[in-house]
Design a protein around this ligand. Sequence first.
Ligand code: FAD
Length: 457
Amino acid sequence: KRSEKIVVVGGGTAGIGVAAMLQNEGLKNVTIVEPSNKHYYQPLWTLVGGGLASGEASVKDMKDVIPKGTDWIAKKVNTFNPEKNSVTLDDGSSIDYDYLVVAAGMQTDWDAIPGLQEGLEQPDSGVVSVYHPKYCTKTWETFHRIKSNPATYLFTFPPTVLKCAGAPQKIMWILEDTLRKEGKRDGADLTFCTPGGAMFGVKHYSDKLEKIRIERGVNAAFKHKLIAIDPARKIATFLDLDTNKKVQKSFDMLHVSAETYVHQFLQLVSFHAVLMSDLSTTFHQVGPHMSAPAFLRNSPISDSAGWVDVDKHTLKSTKYDNIFGLGDCTNTPNSKTAAAVTSQAPVVVHNIERSIDKLPLDGMYSGYASCPLVIARNKVMLAEFGYGGKLAETFGPDGKFPHRLLGTDGEIPHRFFFFLKETIFPYVYWNLWTKGWWYGTNGPLKPNVKIDIEGSK
Ligand code: FAD
């Protein structure tokens, strides 16, 4: 039994999973610092917005997911004192650690776009978002309150890093399919508005999505960045990044994808190399409304943009040997998803054990992320890829599960993938992941995290 004290900052997907795995490995002195008394399984929010799951299914009391034997301090971390191996909490008290794991997620800046907060709060504004538990319920309600028939729907993508880059279009596909099923599709005007130049950041999937977009008659406004909303008049203003001119579009429903803002240009480039296909004219236009989680900004463990600065393979701090980071709050250039976290957590746990044993760190994260792109009420395209957009499909000719078994691979929308997303993943999350018994694509089998990075390039 090991006695090292490990403090985990954040009790979200990453914090809970890593704490549970540490416990299972015999590291019993673990403390989670987490201010919220609720824990959310955020991947369900898109389905809630599309009327395919209930909001209650996405949330549990924090006390019920804190791993057995783990201490929970229901406070916020305010500052990091890595030279003293301690963190200071919002009540001014400090806690010491031998190892620190930072898993504080991303900050959502709802006030970054003029009119957004106001629009989200007004019941009849038509402004919705699946990036918040309250507003994802509003999404489905609003969809059914729309009186005009045919109606105009705008779905927007932000100009910055965001968690689950697929969610902005997942909700669009679900609602488009619903219009068809409810006989309201004829004449309905749906537009996907994005500052990028393509439907998705990985070309392999983006090409398929573009084909689906054209087949299903959804308009695209590429190189369009949402800059303001007038909820009373139901008008959204965009900046056309090609012409640098403002464009106004009226709507019955406007879906806004989280202002999970962050980042300076260089980091945007690395993230969006995965998330977008054409960077050249987009990101020099990024406005000043970006921020990293406030308590991470200017902290000694973060980079200049506020992200926890870690090695992209070992996930160890680039500055401190006893600090690790994972999940949405780090500067690793992967797509920010819970699926990524399930690959990162075993690496962090393994490397902490190696560090305790004074051995070189050999656990390596490959950049794996997955995005189950829900493209209808019963079908998902399962995008799986690593650093640089390298495909890493579980199903299909090169995957762990043979092509023949399913008769499909990730890029082909399939009911089985929808069943995974809607039923299996939430079950696994609540019953296995939060208990430290789930290792991503390895299922319940402990993975070999000593990946040959050179070989995987
Ligand atoms: P979080 O789960 O957000 O947790 C961060 C925690 O840190 C929070 O509990 C917060 O309270 C805490 N915290 C913040 N500040 C402090 C502080 N100062 N001190 C202490 N604690 C603090 N992923 C997928 O894999 N597949 C999907 O289909 C998918 N769909 C998504 C759809 C939507 C709409 C959204 C919003 C997300 C989706 N994701 C999906 C992404 C996934 O939910 C996140 O990537 C994942 O939750 C990241 O885990 P995390 O622990 O880093 O952050």
